[in-house]
Write a protein that binds this ligand. Structure first.
Ligand code: AHR
Length: 327
């Protein structure tokens, strides 16, 4: 009995020590941990795609390199898990919270809780639609509308001389997420200028390969004349390639394919002629994020929006860069 009681006391003391060591003193933001390190709580979307895996690695590697104590949490594509993780970071009194919001809406309450606890928040990769921008310090990530526009621009050029209708199917990312909303908008705005472009089906594939395949199979059954597939990420495009091949068609030839990301598997399919064009979205946000974390922790002013530099790839360009591709 006494032994059990002592074990409980020791466990309680240890827990108290852990919270202190991770979160620093009671004075909130910028206080640092007892070992002098900044503590960063990071809530990741999940592990839905090759892009996400590369993004997680970039954040973990960069935190280590920058000497930042990283508390990493995987939300498995669920907003409620991210809210729980953020609340737990607040309880642990981390110095900074960063997160990649799975969807755009519904963050105001938890962000206010972080602000009231005097813990600065940095958004990475995906934005929130909160009108109160004082709830976060900065947002680092891609311009997803621009990515959609680049996809549309390529299509317009590719079909410049076509007079017949061009039937397009679209595999959208996670419903309600910033990249799904913005990539759809950017692409839609460009192709709207030419009535020959017709989006005959558009549905979410949740950014995963399995869902991309499943939805493409359904598209192929209900639309016999698909000319183009626009997939909001490589993984859904790669799943769709399996569906197209399964239906006895040649991806990249019978159906032209445009995707976003440019992860290694996508680039390989592009080099192999199964994808026609990829718009790059860089997952390597770690080093810039750690710089921002240090600045925010030191109380320095940071830009409200830090945009990642990105390019596009044709099949020839993919062949040239593939050997050196990092992810
Ligand atoms: O938010 C970035 C997007 O999320 C990537 O394009 C996609 O692959 C990922 O799941």
């Amino acid at each position: 009995m006494i032994r059990r009681w002592s074990a409980a006391v020791v466990a309680g003391l240890l827990a108290a020590v852990t919270v202190t060591a991770c979160g620093g003193g009671d004075d909130g933001a910028g206080s640092g941990s007892d070992d002098g390190k900044i503590t960063l709580g990071f809530s990741q979307v999940g592990a839905e795609s090759g892009w996400r895996t590369a993004n997680t690695k970039s954040i973990q590697d960069s935190a280590k390199e920058a000497g930042i104590d990283l508390k990493f949490s995987d939300a498995q594509q669920k907003q409620e898990n991210q809210i729980k993780a953020i609340r737990s970071f607040i309880q642990q009194k981390v110095d900074i919270i960063a997160f990649s919001p799975v969807v755009e809406s519904g963050w105001d309450t938890v962000l206010k809780e972080a602000k009231d606890a005097n813990i600065p928040v940095i958004l990475t990769d995906r934005a929130v639609d909160s009108p109160d921008t004082s709830l976060y310090k900065t947002f680092i990530g891609s311009d997803f509308v621009e990515e959609g526009k680049k996809a549309g621009d390529w299509l317009v050029k590719e079909y410049a001389s076509a007079t017949d209708p061009v039937n397009i199917v679209e595999l959208q990312g996670t419903t309600g997420s910033a990249p799904a909303n913005d990539r759809k908008k950017g692409f839609g705005d460009v192709i709207a200028a030419e009535p020959k472009f017709k989006v005959v089906a558009s549905q979410t594939g949740d950014f995963t390969r399995a869902k991309g395949k499943e939805v493409m199979e359904a598209f192929l059954k209900s639309n016999p004349d698909i000319d183009v597939l626009y997939a909001h990420n490589d993984d859904m495009g790669l799943g769709a390639i399996e569906a197209i091949e399964g239906a006895g068609k040649k991806p990249g030839t019978d159906i032209k394919i445009i995707t976003v990301d440019a992860v290694r598997d996508g680039m390989q399919a592009l080099a192999d002629g199964k994808i026609n064009f990829i718009v790059e979205c860089s997952p390597l946000l770690g080093p810039q994020l750690m710089e921002l974390v240090k600045k925010v922790n030191a109380g320095e002013t940071v830009e409200p929006r830090v945009i990642t530099k990105e390019t596009t790839f044709t099949q020839e360009q993919a062949k040239a860069v593939l050997p050196e591709r990092q992810y």
